[in-house]
Design a protein around this ligand. Structure first.
Ligand code: PRP
Ligand code: MG
Length: 212
């Protein structure tokens, strides 16, 4: 029997919540965390542990059939990937922040400024919509340090508890989008695996109703 291949985040906050919801729907996975792939014991499912940012491409290419992923990552790089279920956990925002001491009266204040981010498409879309031109510095992590080291005047990154902004002396000034974990599906999923996905989704819906 063919197995549904599902991607989850390899490590990080989304990983724990993703494994928890799979457990809650009765799917038990023999996990060696160091393994990149694991099979479920009682459901035709294989879990692939991948880097968040790589997952949209794996979905597009049909390397995996489905994924539990942050909506924000799909918005950044997942055009043509459908979301089949919102999962109600790992909520966050993608926001603009500036140093606490900086004066900020509105988006126009970003004109000509340097913005550090891991979300260039999301930022560019927002800037275009608001008719502001700024210079993007694309970095992959620890974005909030950029203003302190003189690399940028503002940042765009994920805000969850707000603790990283606070620790780095930054204040949130604009929310670009709100996000949560979602179940996303590859456009290339086979009809056999689609049926397995439907069963998985059905179980997810009952657990989500129970969590409300
Ligand atoms: C993520 C994100 C923010 C932070 C937000 O970073 O990039 O920096 O969490 O969470 P908070 O509002 O609760 O502080 P992470 O720690 O995962 O590391 P990374 O940026 O190096 O990927
Ligand atoms: Mg970070």
């Amino acid at each position: 029997m063919s197995k549904l291949k599902i991607a989850v985040q390899k490590s990080g906050r989304l990983n724990e919540d993703s494994m928890k919801i799979l457990k809650d729907i009765g799917i038990s996975i023999d996990n060696g965390k160091d393994q990149l792939k694991a099979s479920a014991k009682n459901f035709p499912l294989e879990v692939f542990y991948l880097r968040n940012g790589d997952i949209p491409q794996y979905l597009k290419d049909g390397v995996v059939d489905a994924a539990i992923i942050g909506e924000n990552v799909l918005i950044e790089k997942g055009n043509h990937i459908s979301v089949v279920e919102k999962l109600g956990f790992s909520s966050c925002k993608v926001s603009i922040a500036v140093p606490k001491s900086a004066k900020y009266n509105g988006i126009k204040d970003l004109e000509g400024k340097r913005i550090a981010t891991s979300y260039p498409n999301t930022v560019n879309q927002f800037l275009e919509k608001n008719n502001v031109k700024a210079n993007l510095h694309i970095i992959n992590g620890s974005v909030e340090i950029a203003p302190n080291i003189g690399l940028a005047d503002a940042i765009v990154d994920i805000v969850s508890s707000g603790s990283t902004l606070f620790k780095n002396g930054l204040k949130e000034v604009e929310v670009l989008l709100k996000s949560e974990a979602v179940l996303a599906v590859s456009p290339l999923i086979s009809s056999e695996n689609q049926q397995t996905l439907n069963k998985l989704q059905f179980r997810l819906q009952s657990v989500l109703r129970g969590r409300q």
